[in-house]
Design a protein around this ligand. Structure first.
Ligand code: MG
Length: 275
């Protein structure tokens, strides 16, 4: 073998090694996310007094390098997907109002009420490290409408090529099961805290994203999740002591209104979480 061939062989082996070293994931096209457990709840809003669920709070979570930024999706009466936590926006019931009616009002920083399309596009722009944690709120009108919100959300995520960046979460188990039917590679986490990790695995749900007190009451679920390769996430954790407890227990993610504090606690923790 001449020297050029040897160099080519070394480069080839290096490339194979580089790709074989990336952590195992569901989708080989998945990006490499920030290696920290910090999920900003409704974006990183608090320190800068941004509105919750605003594009400003999403951009701040990305700027901080959070591994995820969470937001809430609802659907208007005329089937527009929009970002808002509460069922009402400026006294209008979102599910009973049109997008045009809702759009008369701005967020407190002057932003317009974001659509899911606008929010995803903002979250994809220049972002390689922060997961887009998309919560689908159950519909107050009925279960079927909740599933319709899931279907429309999955279709939009696919259209925008956002699937590798997206994690779906919901309190409604049927919404998550519908998402898995529509996209078996979709990353999903359940919020309501009433299913064991073994049950989640049986239903092909990837993660237990429960209120932290659920794990305190059922400490066996932490080991059960690890054995079943179920992702561990806890909400909404805003104090150092609880953050430290979750970090010591090797939680993959912690959802918080205080991402800056969680970064500090994670640095002090001997266990490296994330991914
Ligand atoms: Mg939420």
């Amino acid at each position: 073998m001449d020297s050029r061939k040897i160099i080519k062989a070394i480069i080839g082996a290096g490339i194979v090694l580089l790709f074989s070293c990336s952590p195992t994931r569901k989708n080989s096209m998945s990006p490499t996310f920030a290696a920290n457990p910090v999920v900003a709840h409704r974006g990183a809003f608090k320190k800068n007094s941004f509105p919750e669920n605003s594009i400003a709070s999403l951009k701040e979570a990305i700027r901080l390098g959070c591994t995820g930024s969470e937001f809430d999706v609802r659907m208007t009466a005329d089937d527009s997907l929009i970002i808002n936590h509460d069922p009402h926006f400026n006294k209008l019931e979102i599910e009973r109002a049109s997008y045009a009616e809702l759009g008369q009002y701005k967020l407190s920083n002057g932003e317009k009420l974001p659509t899911l399309r606008e929010y995803l596009l903002a979250g994809l722009d220049g972002n390689k490290l922060t997961r887009l944690v998309l919560e689908i709120k159950p519909s107050g009108i009925g279960k079927e409408r909740g599933k319709l919100i899931a279907e429309r959300s999955v279709a939009l995520v696919k259209e925008l090529n956002a699937a590798p960046m997206t994690v779906y979460i919901s309190f409604d188990y049927d919404i998550l099961k519908r998402i898995v039917e529509l996209d078996p590679k979709a990353s999903t986490q359940y919020l309501n805290g009433d299913k064991s990790p073994a049950q989640l695995k049986a239903d092909r749900i990837d993660g237990a994203d429960y209120h932290f007190t659920v794990f305190k009451k059922n400490p066996g679920w932490i080991e059960q999740a690890k054995k079943n390769k179920i992702i561990l996430n806890a909400w909404t954790v805003n104090d150092a002591a609880t953050m430290d407890w979750l970090l010591a227990n090797g939680f993959d993610f912690i959802t918080t209104n205080e991402p800056e504090l969680l970064f500090e606690r994670a640095k002090l923790s001997p266990i490296i979480s994330g991914n």
